[in-house]
Design a protein around this ligand. Sequence first.
Ligand SMILES: Cc1cc2nc3c(=O)[nH]c(=O)nc-3n(C[C@H](O)[C@H](O)[C@H](O)COP(=O)(O)O)c2cc1C
Length: 398
Amino acid sequence: MSTREEPEREKEKREKTATEEEPEPTQTLFSSYKMGKWELSHRVVMAPMTRCRALNGIPNQALLVYYTQRATDGGGLISEGTFISPTAIGFPHCPGIYTEEQVEAWKKIVDSVHARGAIFFCQLWHAGRASHHVYQPDSVAPISSTNRAISNRWKILLPDGSYAEFSEPRALDTSGIHEIVDQYRRAAVSAIQAGFDGVEVHAAYGYLIDQFLKDGINDRGDEYGGSLKNRCRFLMQVVRAIVPAIGADRVGVRISPMLYHQDAADSNPMALGLAVVEGLNEVERDTGIKLSYLHIQAGTHSGGRGELETQLLRMVRNAYRGTLIVNGGYTRELGMNAVVEGDADLVSYGRLFISNPDLVHRFKVNAPLDRYESATFCTHDPVVGYSDYPSLDEHNEA
Ligand SMILES: Cc1cc2nc3c(=O)[nH]c(=O)nc-3n(C[C@H](O)[C@H](O)[C@H](O)COP(=O)(O)O)c2cc1C
């Protein structure tokens, strides 16, 4: 698309406002939305969040309570990052989806979330070099696109609660890459066996797939490095392996082209975002079926969104024809604006969902929100800082 060309959606918006005086918004954060086969009853999605309560990698009753509290009839939930294999691990007490025991354990949680009428996607996660050899089978080096470690300005949380420098990784060779692609496929099949409605491929936040996407990390000289197409190859192979296994309409992808987390910098995030979109559009063209969604983190952890992030979102919105979920520092008002203006189909909320289990209801009635306590984001108590945040009703009863 030439930069001088007026984006189609912008044009539609301009024409609409020229003919209608102050039109009532046809879509709001609380209007329904058809995402593939699912009829969502509102646009508020729970973002994936690692909470470290799945002791030894097995989902348990604590997760069941937590997710069920946050499930709404016709609402979308994305699970915390869920490891696809033993080499994927880079955080303590996070769930996996690669053993029978894990799949069986997830079934109970998914059933409980479904009983509330919600749609539940499993986020497939491989930490790549964002790991430490203590997490790795036989204490070997974690895998990545590169042999270079994450710089020591970032630290990794170890199983004993202490922090350390990230381990030096080993760059995957081509056959190693194919093996990991197959692990994603198997994990996706397992997620569907566990009852999840679909999977989200975690290609954000400096984890394995992002380590291939970003030129600040990927220093490969083969067909997985260098050009944008090459850097997107691993992600596209993962998506193309999963799609025939579970169906394109059960596959979402999450990216964060702007986010400099764990050294995940790119020299041209706009071009990277567009290259990913192009690759996904190609998958959709080839399969004739739309993917579930593209989920883009285009803010910062602290909630800031500058001109560049806004531009990126607009470009992605115009280039991607499927369902777009936006994330990163959205408030009720910002989320409402994004949907009303047509800049997003759905808005995902992370931290506000941690401290407000009934966030959707609170947004609807415009009730005050409870503040989250970041000190308990990644502790292991099954209740404290996890499922003990009160709902509005519980506040009123107290
Ligand atoms: C405690 C915590 C854990 C997170 N874990 C994940 C994760 O597992 N996968 C992921 O893609 N993003 C993860 N994120 C990022 C969130 O999904 C989201 O992008 C971020 O919180 C910004 O959205 P917000 O401003 O609505 O909180 C995590 C964020 C927090 C606060």
